[in-house]
Design a protein around this ligand. Sequence first.
Ligand SMILES: [Zn+2]
Ligand SMILES: [Zn+2]
Length: 330
Amino acid sequence: MMDLSRFRLHCCWQLKQLLCGYEHIVKQRLHHSPDLVSFVLELKTVLEVALKCRPECRSIPPPQYYSQLIIEMEDLGWDKLVSIDTEFRTLRLRAEDSSGRQHVVTVKLKPKHPVEAPWCSADLPVPLAMTWTPQSSLGHVHTQFLLLLESLAEFWAVLDEIDEKTWVLEPEKPSRADTMRRIAIANNVSIKVEVDTRHPKMLPECCLLGAEHVVTPLRNKLNANMHLWNPDCSILQNLRDVLEIEFPSPATHEKSSFSAECGICYAYRLESAIPDQVCNDPRCGQPFHQACLYEWLRGLPSSRQSFNIVFGECPYCSKPITVKMSTQKP
Ligand SMILES: [Zn+2]
Ligand SMILES: [Zn+2]
């Protein structure tokens, strides 16, 4: 009897893909086979089972599927096709909205297409719900997608203006699905707005971030001038009027003037977080990541914790500083 327990199985990627999920069985058979020949026979059995259970093998579409697909694509226009996978099951279709923005919808066809509705997804801030009947086609998907894009045109126009004319600190690279923008106002001062997809020009949810002595006057302005909000104007224009400020823009400022590093880890981005805690002392104003400051204060004997808030001293100027427990992933 040969000891195969220390043997390892190396194989090509195709075989590896087939054996995916069966690794523990293969290992077990390798340990218990008396010799190589019996292991290979065992492996053959495992592969037969694995092949039978592969979902793709059970559901290879009939030939009509492919002829139907070609008819539908010819109807829609091949210029709309961005890509298709090797199994002719997943298509990416392009669509341009009336403002010239380019979009892509991913369509996964079922083997029983068009009897079964395809699965569709796209970079959108709202769910992509499609109506489908057995008579529907890719053309229907495309038309419905275009209609949905038009219903979001005003929302994207509002966000495009913000992205173009201000320094957006978060998200780093906004996608079409992102409804939030954190806009720089000054060094270590920013405003976070959450834009409503259906009412993109209404007063959005706003949150001012920065040292108290800078944020408080802005918050007071926001509250005092809220009634001036004009839903016929864009969010950016309204924010300018209500806060009585000019936002620094790529035309007037370098982005580096707003991306001050954290005073604890000396980095700007920690995972995806940017420093959003600031020392309230006007002469200090040092920014920190929430997670960094929390960990730092918690480690000091002079700090005090009450519920999820830690009270301690600023690592830079020793003035009192507080931080909430980090809710984001560390
Ligand atoms: Zn940090
Ligand atoms: Zn400080």
